[in-house]
Design a protein around this ligand. Structure first.
Ligand code: DX5
Ligand code: ZN
Length: 219
């Protein structure tokens, strides 16, 4: 059992899209730390969701960090629009990036924190050449596109490997996990090294959202 705690980042992909303002207020009132904004283009992954204007319109409603997860092709094309909208973290997929180092530099130059995400089938060593540049690594525990899926448990070993690498090499990236997180398994992810817990359906379907957030944080 660890006494390590984590930040909670509920994902609005699981919110009622007709009541997103209320969803953001509920995340803040329930003790959430970040708003996880899943951006989907229907090409990199099935499903369509939000754009920069969603972030721009939600930003004034909360003081929480806007944690944008870009499940899109050509992630370099959206850096400026999301920076202009007020995104704090811009996390793109290594699988969608031909020039990942340049994209990371461009994200930072635009004033955002740079994150990279791995789908379940991508090994941690695909990030070897960019880990030293990253503010965040997002380990996806489900295949991208939809909330409400079961966690692929083997991905937690990838998380542990990335935590060990960070320790060995003195890197400073935050480790975030995303997909299939529940109030029951969040502690497992924290034990493996997660600093940020993303949860969509487990937050929005919870009877008591504040109690769920406490569990996501490891309390
Ligand atoms: C999946 C998204 C996840 C998802 C999480 O493509 O990246 O953020 O919305 O939803 P749950 O927590 O319900 O798996
Ligand atoms: Zn996500």
């Amino acid at each position: 059992m660890t006494n390590k705690t984590a930040l909670a980042a509920p994902s609005i992909l699981s919110a009622d899209f007709g009541r997103l303002a209320e969803a953001v207020v509920s995340i803040e009132e329930s003790g959430g730390d970040w708003i996880h904004v899943d951006v989907l283009d229907g090409h990199f992954a099935p499903n369509l969701s939000f754009g920069p204007k969603t972030v721009k319109d939600l930003k004034p409603l909360t003081g929480l960090t806007m944690d944008c997860h870009l499940m899109v092709d050509n992630p370099q094309d959206y850096i400026k629009p999301f920076a202009g909208a007020g995104a704090d973290y811009y996390t793109f997929h290594i699988e969608a990036a031909r020039h990942s180092n340049r994209i990371i530099q461009d994200i930072k130059a635009a004033g955002m924190k740079a994150g990279v995400c791995l789908v379940p089938g991508t090994p941690a060593h695909f990030l070897d050449e960019v880990l030293s540049e990253l503010d965040l690594v997002l380990v996806l525990l489900v295949n991208p596109g939809f909330g409400g899926q079961q966690m692929i448990r083997s991905c937690l070993e990838k998380l542990a490997r990335l935590a060990a690498i960070r320790e060995e090499r003195g890197y400073r990236y935050l480790l975030s996990v995303d997909g299939g997180i529940t109030t029951e398994n969040a502690c497992l992810a924290i034990e493996k090294g997660a600093d940020v817990i993303v949860a969509g359906s487990a937050f929005f379907d919870a009877q008591d959202r504040a109690a769920a957030v406490k569990k996501f944080k490891g309390n």
